[in-house]
Write a protein that binds this ligand. Structure first.
Ligand SMILES: [Zn+2]
Length: 400
């Protein structure tokens, strides 16, 4: 019988596969040291994986005297996963192999001309095209991961009260079901912030250095994903909750009904509105010259202002980062991550935002002896949500 990676029962096979994948290459003796199992059990399992074509020989390791031991690596094209990102303004697909390499990717804009079902149909066609182009057979296709804006119901594959989509109707049907019906493979849904965090952890190389990570994405709103002891924290399906932590009890009114929420100071709409407000007060800005009617100011205009170092844009971004650094310090004090990753347009287009956020958070963190935290800019950016969703598919086979 050829072992199939879909078999969720065999813990030894799964552990060997995981160890070889995470360490890139291993010998039988390094596997034996890591797993502490009988050599005969290990040998049988390695042979089974070789026979099934999920691992292969990679040559000989350096000799420590005697015969040089054989190295094993993952047969990376023995299986494939698809990751999908459904965000509010675009959706994208990535095709990924067993070592999390991106084989192909594509992205589609979403606007008011497409219904949710039309968007799903476009994604289904796109996946069919990928499978055909790379000649991927049904038994090599391990499943589909969907990273999307929360809140979600993972079990049913529904979006719950989907906010800010260009057209309504995204909560009316099970998104996962559509893909299950089209491809007959397992489909998993997860918050986009969680999948992005997972991609940064695995493909951004953080898993070799850290176990505890906080990932934040600052865009239309603030999204947050947490990795604790190397595992994704999935208990909370409200990835936007961090954006509604209060940083000023007498502050700006927020869409949630509260006052002084973090996202009323640090998000694309809040930055655009703050610049509009200052220009209307009479402040000078390149953007005032660019936009005769300042009510039409957009984030694209603000990006131009940031690139040209407009002093007003710079000031608003600095102020926004003071609030974000404060909110982040609260998050850090509660969770003690080893590294905080900042992603999203505000960070991408403004080094000032990142640096000011870092300085502010560092000043406000309560430092227990021996505790330290590092701040990093997200390394994968726009592809991270879909990539992390694809990586999660394999985790379902390996960890459950
Ligand atoms: Zn709020």
């Amino acid at each position: 019988m050829i072992w199939n990676i879909r078999n969720k029962k065999d813990a030894t096979l799964k552990t060997i596969f995981r160890l070889i994948r995470d360490n890139r290459e291993m010998t039988r003796s390094s596997l034996s040291d890591a797993m502490k199992i009988k050599p005969s059990t290990l040998s049988r399992a390695v042979d089974q994986l070789l026979q099934a074509g999920f691992i292969k020989e990679k040559g000989q390791a350096g000799s420590t005297g005697g015969r040089r031991p054989t190295l094993y690596e993952i047969e990376k094209n023995a299986g494939y996963m698809v990751g999908i990102d459904i965000s509010r303004t675009y959706c994208s697909i990535v095709l990924v192999n067993l070592t999390n390499e991106v084989i192909e990717e594509t992205s589609y804009p979403m606007d008011t001309s497409q219904s949710p079902r039309q968007v799903i149909d476009r994604l289904i066609t796109g996946i069919h095209e990928f499978l055909q182009k790379h000649d991927i057979k049904q038994d090599q296709f391990l499943g589909i991961g969907i990273g999307t804006v929360g809140p979600i119901n993972r079990e049913t594959g529904y979006l719950l009260y989907p906010p800010h989509f260009p057209v309504p109707g995204w909560g009316d049907f099970s998104i996962s079901q559509q893909f299950e019906d089209a491809f007959h493979v397992p489909v998993f849904m997860e918050n986009g912030a969680n999948t992005a965090a997972w991609a940064e952890f695995h493909r951004g190389g953080l898993n070799r250095e850290f176990r505890n990570i906080a990932y934040t994405h600052i865009g239309i709103g603030i999204r947050c994903g947490i990795i604790s002891e190397g595992r994704l924290v999935q208990g909370n399906n409200q990835e936007d909750a961090f954006g509604h932590t209060v940083v000023d009890i007498d502050g700006n009114p927020c869409s949630c009904g509260n006052y002084g929420c973090l996202e009323t100071y640090c998000s694309i709409p809040s930055v655009v509105n703050a610049i509009k407000r200052e220009i209307k007060k009479g402040r000078d800005s390149l953007l005032a010259e660019l936009k005769p009617n300042i009510d039409n100011l957009t984030w694209e205009d603000v990006m131009k202002g940031l690139t040209r170092r407009d002093p007003l844009c710079d000031e608003v971004i600095q102020n926004s980062a003071l609030y974000f650094g404060t909110g982040l310090a609260n998050l850090i004090n509660a969770l003690h991550p080893e590294v905080v990753i900042l992603g999203g347009p505000l960070v991408q287009y403004s080094r000032t935002f990142f640096e000011q956020t870092r300085r502010t958070a560092e000043k406000k963190i309560y430092r227990a002896p021996g505790y330290d935290v590092t701040f990093r800019i997200a390394s994968l950016e726009k592809r991270s949500i879909a990539l992390g969703a694809a990586i999660l598919v394999l985790d379902h086979y390996l960890y459950r």
